[in-house]
Design a protein around this ligand. Structure first.
Ligand code: NAG
Ligand code: NAG
Ligand code: NAG
Ligand code: NAG
Ligand code: NAG
Ligand code: NAG
Ligand code: NAG
Length: 459
């Protein structure tokens, strides 16, 4: 009998130690009251056995083992799995009954509130109450997924500035690289600089521009999930646009050659230039037929921008995304307008357009020993307009062939430049020191340096 008890205990021990069904963790024992249908023998038939069976419901107590409320097991009777109801949202992990451990992207009960994080970045800005992003002044929220990456147009310090920009047009003779002509036009301010030109044969353009970026100081400290960020000049572009007189005669100019030049020099939104960026570009092959009336419009454009590299701090800082700032731009424009025709006098075009008293060149009162007072009126130029008048007076003499000539053609006795005005022209006056014959030469210059010459003789 003792042996038998020993043997049973041994069996029980073995059962507890080796059975995977042993309860562990947060379990509890409860006494359960159960009922079972029990059969008994109502009467016996002799010695053979029961002849009549009866049934009754027996009430009995039993000990049940189960997980404590809030815990469960996955079939191994180890009650170490906490239950969160509702389930943890946004990557949260249930660590205790109804207690979630949230990753960096969420907070609050059951991790239902989303925080400022690599998924909802808030930089540069301030994360209010852990979840509402207020961007720093000068920035605005593009979308919750991208954060404060839009530069506001009202913040001029986030707009690049072009400190210098100019274009040089040249004609270079290819055989010996001789510069036949060269013209520099500088864009000085935000206004369009226009210059008229009559140079049609240029074949070389040089663009130079320098842009800088102020940026903002005292930006908030980077949150951990913004691993790296830079702002600056992200792009410099120069375009050359040749437009033509509209063939149809309308207002809209016809499109000619259009070229876009990218300044790289290592400047890009992935490596913005924090202080200044200089761009010098040459186009040695600007072979475009320039015609009368053409405009060459050169645009210098600088764009700010940069990047924010976000890392997933829940996974040890692996790269998560790169967002690019929506920057601001600044444009400077210069324009060459081409005019290859010389000024005209109204009488050559249509006398009806002439103002009262129009004359090509007139020297009134020539016989009265009065000063020489040249007069002219009615000179016009299309499209650049008359710029100035150049007057020269020469003394005449008789040469060996008994012909009247300018005695020193390179040395006028008088010369003057008179600007063209829409009002009264300030006519010059010359009093000859000695009597004789004189010739008066009027050179009419338009703004593109095309000229016409008129001449009169004075006794
Ligand atoms: C979670 O968000 C609710 C409203 O959306 C707010 O009332 C509550 O204060 C937030 N809790 C936390 C911890 O941010
Ligand atoms: C957000 O950024 C995209 C480009 O990244 C831009 O097209 C869009 O206009 C921006 N939206 C706002 C509200 O700034
Ligand atoms: C630019 O042009 C506007 C009008 O066309 C003028 O008022 C302004 O003074 C100009 N700016 C500069 C810097 O010349
Ligand atoms: C043109 O601009 C560059 C810088 O962008 C400057 O170094 C150069 O002196 C300028 N040239 C002229 C003629 O203004
Ligand atoms: C070129 O200039 C003309 C006239 O200013 C303009 O109508 C046209 O749109 C410009 N072309 C481009 C590609 O910018
Ligand atoms: C215009 O008038 C002048 C005289 O005033 C005359 O000599 C000239 O031939 C006229 N020209 C035309 C195109 O009619
Ligand atoms: C205008 O033309 C004259 C001679 O044709 C030249 O000496 C002068 O440099 C020119 N001026 C300009 C601004 O092109």
């Amino acid at each position: 009998m003792v042996q038998c008890i020993l043997c049973f205990t041994l069996f029980l021990t073995c059962f507890i130690v080796f059975s995977t069904d042993a309860w562990q963790g947060n379990y509890e024992k409860v006494v359960g009251r159960l009922e079972r249908l029990t059969t008994y023998c109502k009467s016996f038939f002799w010695w053979w056995g029961c002849s009549n069976w009866g049934h009754y419901w027996e009430i009995y107590d039993t000990i049940m083992i189960r997980c404590r409320p809030g815990w469960s097991h996955n079939g191994d009777n180890n009650c170490n799995i906490p239950i969160c109801n509702p389930v943890c949202a946004n990557g949260g992990v249930c660590i205790n009954p109804n207690e979630c451990s949230c990753p960096s992207i969420s907070t609050g009960p059951y991790c239902k509130n989303l925080t400022c994080s690599y998924q909802r970045p808030c930089y540069p800005g301030e994360c209010v109450d852990g979840s509402t992003c207020t961007c720093s002044p000068g920035f605005s929220l593009n979308s919750t997924a991208k954060g404060c990456i839009t530069f506001l147009g009202t913040e001029e310090r986030l707009r690049p500035k072009i400190s210098q920009s100019n274009v040089t047009i040249k004609n270079i003779r290819r055989s010996d690289n001789r510069i036949n002509f060269m013209f520099v036009l500088e864009a000085q301010d935000a206004n369009l600089s226009v210059v008229w030109s009559n140079q049609k044969q240029f074949n070389h353009l040089t663009f130079e521009m320098k842009a800088f970026f102020d940026g903002l100081e005292n930006l908030p400290k980077r949150p951990l999930y913004v691993y790296e960020t830079e702002m600056g000049i992200a792009k410099n572009i120069i375009t050359a646009n040749v437009s033509k007189l509209p063939r149809s005669g309308g207002q809209v100019r016809d499109q000619g050659t259009f070229k876009e030049y990218m300044c790289d020099g290592g400047v890009s939104r992935d490596s913005p230039q924090v202080e200044s960026a200089t761009c010098i570009l040459n186009d040695y092959q600007f072979m475009t037929l320039i015609e009368h009336g053409d405009w060459l419009t050169v645009e210098f454009r600088s764009l700010s921008g940069g990047f924010q590299r976000l890392v997933n701090i829940d996974k040890g800082g692996v790269p998560y995304a790169t967002n690019y700032y929506n920057g601001l731009s600044v444009i400077r424009t210069v324009e060459f307008r081409f005019d290859f025709t010389a000024p005209k006098h109204c009488s050559e075009v249509d006398n009806r357009t002439c103002p009262f008293g129009a004359t090509i060149l007139d020297i009134p009162d020539v016989f009265n020993k009065n000063p020489i007072r040249p007069r002219w009126l009615g000179w016009t130029d299309d499209p650049s307009g008359v710029g100035e008048y150049y007057i020269e007076v020469f003394k005449l003499g008789i040469n060996g062939d008994r012909r009247l000539v300018e005695t020193s053609p390179l040395q006028p006795v008088y010369s003057a430049i008179i600007p063209h005005t829409n009002g009264a022209i300030q006519y010059p006056e010359y009093e000859p020191s000695s009597p004789g014959m004189y010739s008066v030469l009027l050179e009419v210059r338009d703004l593109s340096n095309n000229t016409r010459i008129a001449r009169r003789f004075v006794l």
